[in-house]
Ligand binder design. Structure first.
Ligand SMILES: [Zn+2]
Length: 458
């Protein structure tokens, strides 16, 4: 079978009017049709196999290597063919359809094709830690005033940066008022470049809970009915999913259960900020879909595996925060230095526990999802290459780390159209320079970014 491929070849059966020009030996014939005439939806697996409609192909990318995100061995060389917004072929380069002359063909003889990356934890509107904000500048009279317009512009700039780095989808896990809904709409309408954005709106916290002191970031609620109402408020505003925050146990199990139930009743996934015990246990018990941060115990990890819950450990921010505390330990202000020293020691301890949790999670088969928790000033935004590198340093195999940044987040959130390179999925793909299975840092050398079939960077 010279044209056998891992992916089933797409395209309806070919009407017999013209010779196939995809494969030199192919004897089948078909009627030519322009991409406009043939809707992308019509593309599907050809029950007879072979002979895809090459006329529909708008982009063909070939690379030395292809990792499709599904966890199997890489293909070498590999190719992805795109028709409009969707992938119509992903497999060995030898079996790829021939693109029509008007299609764009890109070759990366040293590159590796991968699904577009998914950052499961970002805060594009979080501005309080920016060096020029009133919170941290030593010259408050010169601090930038972060009006809603300025916050939206900062978010737009950060998201553009993320897309450029190969992140084609982000999950915004808590944002100021309703700003991110507008930023998302602007991206969807093509007014600004950016990744696909899933927005939670404000964090839902108990009165006086996590980040309640940051204006516009928290939706404070009390009691099971209060939490149900808060969930409805965020859904009314346009939330794609719900973000709860539990610091230790500052909300009750009853409140948590009610919020999770209400979100699921409304068809929304739920995640929970779980920084310290017993918040992980409480979140897992309530049946969240994912939980963020923390150092889950072996029992909690096993329970999460049994319930199909995914953990977003957010490693990079911990490492960056440690560096940040380290620098501030030597601040000329003794009070700042004293507090930084305390934070530094606590963060070191937290890191040790985190190492143990990640190691156990990998052994137990807990699905991990990469999230950068980008908010800290001075750190590059949505540093997925760093997060994936840390996952490997904490014990994940390069393939597991790549899946944590592609397929596993998509599965956790029910985003069925993204996360892997497969015929029928949306064409979100990247090429990096080198072999990330040998050198995970190759993810930092992005050469091509395609979002929904559109070449963003090449
Ligand atoms: Zn966060």
């Amino acid at each position: 079978m010279p044209f056998e491929t891992r992916a089933s070849l797409p395209g309806p059966p070919c009407p017999p009017t013209r010779r196939c020009r995809l494969h030199p030996q192919c004897r089948r014939r078909f009627t030519p049709s322009s991409p406009r005439q043939m809707p992308v939806r019509a593309l599907g697996p050809d029950p007879k196999g072979g002979c895809p409609m090459s006329e529909a192909i708008t982009l063909l990318v070939r690379a030395q290597m292809l990792i499709d995100g599904l966890g199997g061995p890489p293909l070498s060389p590999g190719a992805v063919a795109v028709a409009g917004q969707r992938i119509v072929y992903a497999g060995p380069a030898a079996g790829a359809p021939v693109a029509p002359p008007e299609a764009r063909v890109l070759d990366y003889p040293q590159g590796c094709l991968l699904p577009g990356l998914i950052d499961m934890h970002v805060h594009p509107t979080y501005y309080w830690e920016e060096p020029d904000s009133a919170t941290y500048t030593y010259e408050p009279e010169n601090a930038l005033v972060y009006t809603p317009v300025m916050i939206a512009l900062v978010a737009a700039q950060r998201l553009r940066e993320a897309l450029w780095a190969g992140i084609t989808t982000v999950r915004d896990t808590g944002s100021v008022d309703q700003i991110m809904f507008d930023v998302k709409r602007a991206i969807e309408r093509g007014r600004i470049p950016g990744p696909r954005v899933y927005v939670s709106g404000r964090l839902i916290v108990p009165t006086g809970g996590h980040v309640h002191y940051l204006p516009g970031l928290a939706n404070e609620a009390d009691g099971p009915y209060g939490f149900r109402r808060a969930v409805r408020e965020e859904v009314r505003a346009g939330a794609d999913f719900i973000k709860l925050a539990n610091n230790g146990a500052d909300l009750t199990q009853e409140e948590l259960n009610a919020a999770v139930d209400e979100a699921h009743r409304l068809g929304k996934k739920v995640t929970c900020h779980t920084s310290k015990p017993p918040s992980q246990r409480m979140a897992i018990e309530a049946g969240v879909d994912t939980f963020e941060h923390g150092t889950p115990s072996p029992e909690e990890i096993e329970q999460a595996v049994a319930r199909g819950i995914t953990w977003v450990p957010t490693l990079n921010i911990g490492e960056e925060y440690l560096k940040w505390c380290d620098r501030r330990r030597f601040d000329p202000d003794p009070e700042v230095a004293r507090r930084a020293q305390k934070e530094y020691e606590e963060t070191l301890e937290y890191r040790e526990k985190k190492h143990a949790s990640v190691a156990y999670a990998l052994r137990a088969g807990l699905k991990l999802a990469a999230g950068t928790d980008s908010w800290l000033g001075g750190v590059r935004f949505a540093a997925m290459a760093d997060e994936v590198r840390w996952l490997v340093e904490y014990g994940a195999s390069p393939m597991q780390a790549i899946q944590a940044a592609t397929l596993w987040p998509a599965q956790a959130m029910g985003w069925d159209e993204i996360g892997c390179l497969q015929a029928g999925k949306l064409a979100d793909l990247i090429v990096v320079d080198g072999d990330p299975l040998r050198e995970i840092a190759a993810l930092d050398r992005v050469q091509l970014v395609v979002r929904e079939g559109k070449v963003i960077r090449s």
